[in-house]
Design a protein around this ligand. Structure first.
Ligand code: NZQ
Ligand code: ZN
Length: 384
């Protein structure tokens, strides 16, 4: 039976890319707006990014809020919401990685909502309005800079949740690859793998004859594999700009239009960050191989295509494709099992399963019909 595409694609984020892109900031921000400069734990103060942005914004009305954590928490972001209200902020400029970008979107919505901000995270309140947001990206990985997604953690309940806030999609994203010079190798490795898994979640399902979407997904994945193969060149501008653009394209929405998707790896993996604080990219490498092995019969044809087109294998089996993917992850120092990330608790898998149960995610459904039994086998495979 043929699969007919049906979608409504509109990505209005303006992307300003290049080594001199900070200079565009004054033109991108509304002239009269009071701007909140939202940032993370302070890397921007050490690597010159903060100075470059303050110089570009000379003469503008800017208020600052620093301290957004990696895997941002509701409590910290709500302090920024208070500041936005007190200072009558009109524009939110996030300067950082996915965590700051996600935080900016939450703050932009929560500042205009009278109820409890957690309502937005759990989907009880769907914002129809938000303060305008712009992002200066410092870490290519999530694609958050030009999508409508956000992920916020409630520390009290160890609940890390993804949600969608279209009104807070960034108006612009400044992508200046020179900011990557100060990134630790570990964050570059994370970025490659997070972006790669974003493509997988939109591609590794079953074939629907989507020539453009498949071809584009494979091009982005091949670029990421190439970046891993040439990792020793990560300090070079060519390498950096390719990762920045690949990570953006992986989750700006374009490769997934009209095709079946399966975000189960992400939905399970966030529990590992909530429990042990493991970097997002690494949690994906821990969960995905076990998940693909469990669901191999549902994904067999697409896995074979993946092995052929992305890894250049000749007539690969689905098993060969998974092995090639694992070798690629290993080449960028990813853990492939929870114990490789230094977690050796005997009840680790039980704790992950308890989290999934508490957060209503034991039955993930999707094209592979993930039920409680499959979820348990995936988690025991990855964490047991
Ligand atoms: O906080 P600072 O001091 O800035 O340091 C950060 C942080 O410690 C550091 N860093 C960022 N840019 C740097 C730098 N250090 C030196 N030089 C630079 N240029 O890197 C550390 C990690 O930053 P973070 O923003 O947490 O990383 P990432 O971009 O990987 O974002 C991860 C978050 O995004 C969510 C994840 O769940 C996680 O919470 N995701 C968001 C998505 C979305 N909105 O679409 C999709 C993803 O699947 C993901 O779930
Ligand atoms: Zn991700």
């Amino acid at each position: 039976m043929s699969h007919l595409f049906a979608f409504d694609y509109h990505n209005p984020t303006r992307i300003v890319f290049g080594p001199d892109s900070f200079a565009q900031l004054p033109a991108l921000l509304p002239a009269e707006a009071r701007v909140l400069l939202l940032y993370g734990g302070g890397s921007i103060k050490k690597n010159g990014v903060y100075d470059g942005i303050r110089a570009a914004l000379a003469g503008r009305d800017v208020v600052e809020f620093g301290g957004v954590e990696a895997n941002p928490t509701l409590a910290t972001l709500n302090l920024a919401v208070d500041l936005v209200r007190r200072e009558k902020i009109g524009f939110i400029l996030g300067v950082g990685g996915g965590s700051v970008s996600d935080g900016a979107k939450y703050v932009a919505c929560a500042a205009l909502y009278d109820g409890d901000g957690w309502d937005i995270v759990i989907g009880k309140h769907q914002p129809q309005q938000a303060l305008p947001v712009g992002v200066v990206l410092t870490l290519p990985a999530t694609g958050s800079e030009s999508n409508a997604g956000s992920v916020v953690t409630n520390t009290a309940t160890q609940d890390k949740r993804a949600f969608f806030v279209p009104p807070a999609r960034p108006r612009f994203a400044v992508l200046n690859p020179t900011v990557m010079a100060s990134l630790p190798v570990r964050q570059l490795e994370n970025g490659i793998v997070d972006a790669f898994v974003h493509v997988c979640e939109q591609y590794l399902t079953y074939p629907v004859g989507a020539l453009v979407q498949d071809g584009y997904a494979e091009a982005v994945m091949k670029a990421l594999v190439r970046l891993a193969e040439t990792f020793d060149r990560h300090a070079e501008p060519d390498w950096q700009q390719n990762l920045m653009w690949a990570a953006n394209q992986a989750l700006c929405g374009i490769i997934g239009v009209g095709v079946p998707q399966d975000w189960a790896t992400h939905r399970i993996a966030v529990e590992l960050t909530a429990l042990w604080g493991i970097d997002h990219g690494r949690t994906l490498a821990i969960i995905q191989p076990a998940l693909l092995r469990e669901l191999i019969e549902y994904k067999r044809e697409k896995l074979e295509q993946f092995g052929r087109e992305v890894f250049g294998l000749s007539a690969p089996s689905a098993e060969d494709a998974i092995a090639a993917m694992e070798a690629f992850y290993r080449s960028v120092n990813m853990p492939l099992h929870l114990r490789d990330a230094g977690i050796n608790e005997a009840d680790a898998a039980d704790r992950v399963l308890a989290g999934l149960r508490a957060h209503g995610k034991m039955t993930l459904g999707g094209h592979a019909g993930i039920d409680e039994v499959k979820t348990e086998r995936i988690v025991r495979g990855a964490c047991g």
